[in-house]
Unconditional design. Sequence first.
Length: 391
Amino acid sequence: MDIVEVKQRVCDVIDGQSDLLLEVSHRIHEDPELAFAEHAAHDLLTEVLRDGGLQVTPGAYGLPTAFEATAGSTGPRVAVLCEYDALPGIGHACGHNIIAAAGLGAGLAASALAEAAGGRLVVLGSPAEEGGGGKVNLIDGGAFDGVDAAVMVHPAGRDLRRMHAIAIHQVEVTYHGAAAHAAAAPWKGRNALDAAVLGYNNLAALRQHLRPDERVHGIFTEGGDRPNIVPARAATHWYVRAGTRERLVALEARVLACLQAGADAAGCTMDAVWLDPAYDEMRDNAALGDLYAANAFALGRNVVEPKSDTAVMGSTDMGNVSQVVPSIHPMIAVSPPDIAIHTPAFATFAGGPDGDRAVLDGAKALAMTVVDVWMDPDALALVRAGFGTPS
C-alpha cells in the first residue's frame, strides 16, 4: 500500500468507529474528573484500546490514572497523547474530552495499519495536565525514550498551527501574623490578611511592567475565620508565567519580592512553596506542524498561524515533552472564535456537535500525520532536522 491508500484506510477506520469515539467523548465530558483522579476516564480509554487490539499497560509509570498502549514492531515510533482531566467547578471547559477521544481515534486507526505501514505506535494517557504535570512524570519514567515524534490536538475557537504555550511555575504563599480581638485590642494583632492583600496589590503594580508574554495571576485561598478576629493566617495561590523557563526564573524572584514586601509592611512572616513540576515553553516542530496542517486541510480545515489577535496563550506540560521529542500541539476549532477556553460556554461546545466534529477530524488529522512520519523518510528527516527549533 502507498501512503495515500494508508491515509484513506485510517480515515475509514475512524469513520467506522465514529459512534464509539463520540460515546467516549460524551462519557468523559459528562463525568469530569480532576487531576490524578481520572479513574473513570482511564478505565474507559484503556478498555477501548485493549478491545482494539493494542497492548495496554494501565496505571503506567507509577501513575494510577496514566496508561500506555502500543502497536507495531518495527519502524519510526510515534506517540499520540491523550488528556482527560477537568477543571474545578467548570468541568471540561478546556475540552480534554475531545483530546482524549481524538487521541483514542488516532491510536485505534493507526494501530490497525501499523504493521502494513512499517511503524510503531504508543498511545499515552497523561493525567493532570491542569496543574499536576502528568507528562513530566512520563518523561522521567522513560515513556518518550526512543520516540521519534509526539502529537496531540487541543480544542479552541479556531484552527491554529499552535498554541502560544509559555512556561509556568505555581507558588503557594502562607502569611503568619498574630490573632487579637479586632475591636477590643487590635493593636495586639498582626493581620495576615493585610499582608496578603498588600502582596496582591504589589503584584498588581508589577503587572504594568511585565513583558507581553509574561503573566502573574492568583487567588486568595485563606483569609481569616471571623471579622472580629484579626487573621493570624492567610494564604494565596499564584501562577507565574514567562515566555521561557530562563526568564521565568528571573520573574519568580520579582514576584517573591512583591509578596514579601506585603508581609514586611504588615509585620508578618511569609512562607512560599513552589509547586513542582514547572512547565516548559512549547517548542512546536515546524515540519511536523506542516504535516498536520496539510492533513487537516484535506479534511476541510484551514489551520493557520496565530496572529496577535488570534493567538491562544496558556501553558501545558506538553511543553516539557517538546523539549525532549519533536512535538506539536495544534488547536482545533470547536466553538466560535469569541468563546474563550476555560469558560462554561466553551464546556458546552466541547460536549456538543462542534466538539463531535473536532473529535473525528482531529483523530483523522493526527492519524494521517502518524502515517506521514512512518512512511515518508523525507518527512521524518525534516522533523528530526527541525527538532528543538523555537517556533
